[in-house]
Design a protein. Sequence first.
Length: 142
Amino acid sequence: MSELSSSNRPFTLKLIALVNGIAAILHLAFWVLAFIKLPPFNSPESLAERTSLATTYGFGIADLMWSFPFLLLGSILLWKNKAFGWLCAHFANVLYWYSFTVIITRDYAAGTLSPGTILFFPFVIFSLWAAAPLWKNRTLFW
């Protein structure tokens, strides 16, 4: 990889790094607040409510284990023109596509939109766009 100064870095990579950094902070804040507000695992009476709550906890834990680190590392390391940052940005995109497919299917079947769906929808759309400029600029990293 040839080192680029920040002034020579393509604007699209700067934008992706910035948006992923904002997304990382929002993911962390959203799930910390959600875990504070959510009832304990064993509190719901019905199986359907326990299953729904467990699914929410599962998405939260997965986001904190995978999405948050990939977004954060992708943001910082992409900004520094590191190949691992480029890779993390791609991983974050793929996680958005996968998890949002599950979430939108769940919301459609339930006839509702969850707060997370509304909050993170713009980032999903952004991730669909971001894949192309990341790929186009791959030679800067590999």
